[in-house]
Design a protein around this ligand. Structure first.
Ligand SMILES: [Zn+2]
Length: 403
């Protein structure tokens, strides 16, 4: 037994640790290289596309729902039917997101199909509401998207009734105006408009039999909230959403021959496909540290989740900002280059194994939640060391200094 222990201790290489916890220890333990600033780093939406679920865990967008009605209470769902309808709609919208489909266009494309990695959750405010709110207001309750009384872009109803707008996406369910409907020329269409961190939607109570029919429009409107444009245009900022005629469904005309678009951000009878670039744009908004829309997402990157570890086993580059939930280990023979902002969860660390390389390139590593993390741990043996290189301005923040 004693011999066995001796053998083990003789064979196991002795490990010396080094810790990078701030800019000073960085200059002491890392090698400075020429600044090869990558000006495009951090901006390309594709760098944020949720290919790797360890880097892009599922995000939860908080929502609440305001049912707007007249004081006569005859123009919208009542307080029993409204929540029932919307609960159903929300479930179908989340389910449709989870079943993202392959793009129809361009014909023969090989565009990847990713899980969008975000869902919506009804968000009650404790002792105040259950996530559903009701307002009876003859002046502000109606929605008009055509004619001289058009008010679809007007924010008065939001200004008066929205709550928790820094952390909750407020959805206003509004009836179309009865005077507009009475003209006979105005349709109670299913429609919506994204205004900042709030959304006005109409046509639900007039078409109440099938809540699921509104689900993809909800996904479309929330897509607008998080920065997506209509994708049939050329300038939507994504190469994987081709220009097309924006047909509702295929027909016998040359313009709308089969296949037509099924993208979520077009007007078609499917709206079931969302591309890597579009998802990248949404996740880029989630990761934009000073963006007001980031506040709508539950910050589940604050606490360390030890059920998994991000293991770098081949050369990898992080070109987009990340909010991580796990420890990171750069293994022997592999390298990791970090080019943007990375938030590390409380008490987490980045470990570089002997023979592993970490390259810090004009990046910022911090904790976004007002807590501290444990910094970069270098494991060295007599034979092999952990290498860290840095370029340009590197910020290492919020690290416990008593290691
Ligand atoms: Zn739209």
């Amino acid at each position: 037994m004693v011999i066995g222990l001796l053998l083990v201790s003789q064979c196991a290489p002795k490990i010396h640790y080094g810790y990078i916890t701030n800019e000073q220890s960085l200059t002491e333990l890392a090698t400075r290289s020429d600044n090869n600033k990558d000006r495009k780093a951090c901006s390309d939406p594709l760098s944020y596309a949720p290919y790797n679920h360890l880097l892009h865990p599922i995000r939860t967008v908080r929502i609440n729902v305001h049912f707007m009605n007249s004081t006569s209470r005859e123009h919208n769902f009542d307080e029993k039917t409204g929540p029932k309808y919307f609960h159903n709609l929300l479930n179908v919208a989340n389910d449709k997101l989870s079943r993202n489909q392959k793009m129809n266009l361009p014909h023969g494309n090989d565009t990847d199909v990713l899980d969008p990695q975000y869902r919506y959750e009804l968000w009650p405010i404790k002792n105040h509401n259950d996530g559903y709110l009701y307002h009876y207001d003859d002046e502000l309750c109606f929605f008009v998207n055509k004619g001289k009384n058009k008010n679809n872009y007007n924010k008065d109803v939001i200004k008066k009734y929205a709550i928790g707008t820094d952390s909750i996406l407020n959805i206003f369910v509004m009836p179309h105006h009865p005077d507009s409907l009475a003209t006979g020329k105005y349709r109670a269409s299913r429609t919506g408009i994204a205004l900042g961190t709030s959304l006005k939607v109409a046509g639900l109570c007039e078409n109440r039999e099938k809540p699921w029919e509104f689900s993809t429009l909800l996904n479309h409107e929330i897509g607008h909230i998080f920065g997506l444009s209509h994708s049939w245009y050329k300038n939507d900022g994504c190469d994987d959403t081709p220009v097309h005629a924006n047909c509702w469904a295929p027909n016998n005309t040359e313009k709308c021959k089969d296949p037509v678009s099924n993208n979520m951000m077009d007007y078609n009878n499917s709206q079931m496909a969302v591309t890597p670039c579009q998802l990248g744009k949404i996740h880029k908004t989630f990761a934009s540290i000073n963006h007001q829309l980031r506040g709508l997402v539950v910050p589940n990157w604050c606490n360390l989740d030890e059920s998994q570890t991000i293991r770098i086993q081949e050369d990898d580059v992080w070109n987009g900002a990340l909010d991580l939930s796990y420890n990171v280990v750069v293994e022997a023979g592999a390298s990791l280059e970090i080019k943007c902002r990375v938030s590390m969860p409380r008490n987490s660390s980045i470990t570089v194994e002997p023979g592993g390389t970490l390259i810090l390139n004009d990046c910022r590593i911090h904790n976004d939640c007002g807590d501290e993390w444990k910094g970069i741990k270098l494991k060295n043996t007599k034979r092999e060391t952990a290498k860290v290189e840095y370029h340009g301005d590197v910020l290492i923040e919020n690290v416990q200094q008593d290691i």
